[in-house]
Design a protein around this ligand. Sequence first.
Ligand code: SF4
Length: 492
Amino acid sequence: MKIKIDIDRQRFSYDIYHLIQAFYPGAELVMRIGDHPGENRAADEESTPDLTFTIRTGDGTFAFMSEPGTIRETIGYNVDAPSAIQKNQLKKLVYTSIAKKNGTALPWGDLSGIRPVKLAEEILAGGAGPDEAAGKMTELYCVSAEKAALACGIAALEEKVLAPIPLADGYSLYINIPFCPSICLYCTFGSNPVGQCRDLVDPYLAALKKELLAIRSLAGEKKLTSVYIGGGTPTSIRPDQMDVLLRFLAETFPMEETCEFTVEAGRPDTITEEMLRVLKKHRVTRISINPQTMNQRTLDLIGRRHTAGDIVRAFFLAREAGFDNINMDIIVGLPGEGEEEVNRTLEAVRELKPDGFTVHSLALKRAARLNLFRDVYAPISFENSDAIMNRTAESANLLGMHPYYLYRQKNMAGNFENVGYSRPGRECLYNILIMEEKQTVLAAGCGASSKFVRGDGRIDRAANVKSLTDYLNRTDEMISRKLAAARASGLF
Ligand code: SF4
């Protein structure tokens, strides 16, 4: 389906685009802003859309129309009101009009951002209790009662978890290791197959050390709250290489004062006794072993190149090595997986009794990458539903877990969310800090992005290049970028 959005004002266009996209996942959207056809000029001029939405914003009146269709709505707005208020009014008009026309509601209402918990937190900060705040979220943004309660419950819990931590005086550290044993077909992280670039691992670690030394001198006396090594799959490198990296961290940073030290050990085929011994020796407190699915057919289909049995074996090895905070990630909406397949995965995860459990909905961007291989996937469906999301929440509940962080992605199948659950006291601090933008995160490695969180909530960013070879060639430039952003923030 092709949809044209004709809007006369640039400043509302981004949010309106994503709101309409949420109603029509998978549709081709072409946007015309004022007299400008936008990036999809060729498509815009060459084919006729199945549906056109027109938005006019002049003279204190928002007008929203569809062609063909029944939408002809107008509302007045205060031209002197702040832009954010005007935008919310327009989004509400567009949302309620399409919901009425299609007879559908979206679980997250007219919210198009990826951090609904931040809004819940703002409402709670105004003095409302969780129930009242949830009601307000529904009233303001048309969010379903269930999702509003989820966001407000998480916001209240996060506040409790973060209360004892001196966030303003500290920072967190993120290190990216961009290697994996094989590349999953839906991967959008730009990871590299470690088998084909073994000779780049040591140079990469050397470049990382250089960047980490710069971070260390930038941080000075600030406290190190949490450390997160992600990827990629960090445990794809050899145990002796991991040992060198972690020893360097211990010698360079005040690791003894950190509240949490996570290493993603996502792929079970990278987890060995030796690797676990290295992680334990360097006081890693939390690891993540990510099955994504426990159905062998799907694992084969998405290119994971390990068995469901490998996941169970890796999990017990980690328990035997003494890890008492193990998270497991699953993805719902994988090709060919419906409620029955997800239930099978959930049962297998429940048997293992992890300490954390993160549920990701497959974003359509990733599904689109799977579509590149449509010869293989043509007869296979991508499914996600309320029922499936409810099963995942029930499983977390049966494991004695509560939801502690949440985020959404653009163009997510079914307009759902990603939710992290954990047993009480096993919440991942770093996940909360990065998602709610509560603390400065200094990041090292290719594709890593540093965020400088100012006292007034404003954020400065410094992103490293994504490509491994660019990073190796331009490490000094990445360091300079970070230092410039740090200076601009006034925090360092
Ligand atoms: S494990 Fe994650 S980072 Fe590695 S290839 Fe698969 S999706 Fe990408």
